[in-house]
Ligand binder design. Structure first.
Ligand code: ASP
Ligand code: MG
Length: 451
């Protein structure tokens, strides 16, 4: 039995949080492998340093030294404190020389290298705290553990086969010897042995990659909320905890609404049917949300209603788009060139409507304007739109669901501006003006969530 436990930044953000997380690890049963984020605030601090482009390396480093050494001095003593300080100083020296190295800045992976330094420090701290509690534990960097990644800087994807081979060699033997490995989240090593990050918040994904690669029996994501809820409680005070849902539902919710889990976390565990639990490290007595393969029987039509505001609909009009075979492809290609996320898409004979974030409108238009003018009649933008995402297992296989849902939208006095239905059988997504979104979420929640 192998459990992978992933702890987020707030779960290792202070001495108390680290003690609580160490207790959770020590109290869990069977083989354990731990993946951790940087202490909260550390990745932001490093990225800010990179962005301001300032040269005050010493200031930047001393903030990190203080943050980690304060905790170490509080929780460790004697030999363990000495061994921690020695290894920590080594890593800090490496970081300092990296920051001072003018040449290194031209390396396309420099940013990945710097922003992943926080994880190298937090793993060291957590493994020493576990050792001080009498457990055998070692800190491993992603390079040492054998987490491999491919892709452009800042946008890595794990190479699951190579990672599996790497972890079998470097991590498995530790588990058999009852040693608890503490592995850095957020990045892997690329083909050239350079650190490549998985995008902001990517440690959740690292946890799932490790679980996949080790064929774990369970992945536990320990964070600072109780789990997924049926709606944002700031909008719907009667929102309830979701104790169980399937991978598809969780993926939609993670993507569109709740910031509980990084959306990329689902796929690596879904592939191998590994159950995933979201738990609160600050309240370990809470059961959390279990996400697995089963289609859990339920009476209510919806499991959850999420919304995402600050979106815009860009409508491209051109006569007979439908009869010009490559037209849609050309439009989509421009979106890809602009590098923006497309939240929904809908087409008619002569228009194609694209849903993007307000902040991406300018860049999207800049690229769409490069299309051949004979192809385009008009481009319109409607801003202040919100995407509503109604999620329920098997939702769209139920007859008459849309009629019921849009009936409730009508009662909230909202006009539906765009619909995206049928792409996923667990969610119905549609767009309403932002000023109606809260009323729509409440109306759907009141009618269709809960027993
Ligand atoms: N430390 C990284 C970040 O803040 C990764 C993570 O926390 O998941 O984005
Ligand atoms: Mg996180």
């Amino acid at each position: 039995m192998i459990t992978v436990l992933k702890f987020g930044g707030t779960s290792v953000g202070s001495a108390e949080a680290i003690v609580r997380s160490a207790k959770i690890i020590a109290g869990s049963e069977g083989g354990r492998v731990v993946v951790v984020s940087a202490m909260s605030g550390v990745t932001n601090h490093l990225i800010q340093f990179l962005e301001t482009g300032n040269d005050r390396t010493d200031d930047a480093v001393s903030v990190l030294v203080k943050k980690h050494m304060d905790v170490a001095n509080e929780l460790l003593s004697g030999k363990l404190l000495n061994s921690f300080t020695e290894e920590f100083d080594d890593r800090i020296d490496t970081l300092r020389s990296l920051l001072n190295d003018r040449e290194a800045r031209f390396d396309p992976y420099f940013r990945d290298n710097i922003s992943s330094q926080g994880e190298r420090l937090s793993t060291l701290l957590l493994s020493h705290v576990l050792r001080s509690a009498g457990r055998e534990s070692v800190a491993l960097t992603s390079e040492e553990a054998g987490i491999y990644a491919t892709g452009p800087p800042g946008l890595g994807t794990a190479d699951l086969d190579r990672t599996s081979a790497g972890l079998m060699m470097n991590v498995r033997p530790l588990i058999s010897r009852n040693v608890i490995p503490i592995i850095t989240g957020f990045y892997g090593r690329n083909e050239d042995n350079k650190p490549l990050t998985f995008g902001r918040g990517g440690s959740d994904y690292s946890g799932a990659v490790v679980a996949n690669a080790l064929d774990a029996d369970c992945l536990e994501i320990w964070t600072d909320v109780d789990g997924f809820m049926s709606a944002d409680p700031r909008i719907v005070p009667e929102a309830i905890m979701i104790d169980e849902m399937n991978f598809g539902e969780a993926a939609e919710l993670a993507y569109f609404g709740a910031k509980v889990l990084h959306p990329r976390t689902i796929e690596p565990v879904r592939m191998k049917h590994i159950p995933l639990k979201v738990r609160n490290s600050f309240r370990p007595d809470r059961p959390g949300t279990l996400i697995h393969n089963l289609r859990a029987p339920k009476n209510e039509m919806l499991r959850s209603v999420a919304m995402k505001a600050d979106l815009s609909i860009i409508t491209v009009s051109s006569s007979e788009i439908a009869y010009r075979p490559r037209m849609v492809a050309r439009i989509i290609e421009k979106i890809a060139d602009a590098g923006v996320i497309l939240y929904a898409i809908s087409t008619s004979l002569s228009t194609i409507a694209l849903l993007v974030h307000n902040l991406d409108v300018k860049e999207t238009l800049r690229h769409l304007n490069r299309l051949d003018p004979v192809d385009i009649e008009r481009i319109d933008v409607k801003s202040n739109m919100a995407l509503i995402c109604a999620v329920g297992d098997d939702l769209l296989r139920r007859c008459g669901v849309s009629a019921e849902i849009f009936g409730a939208v009508h009662e909230a006095d909202a006009n539906v501006e765009l619909i995206s239905e049928g792409a996923s059988d667990v969610s119905l997504n549609f767009v309403v003006p932002t000023d109606k979104a809260v009323a729509v979420v409440r109306s759907l929640h009141n009618k269709f969530v809960g027993e």
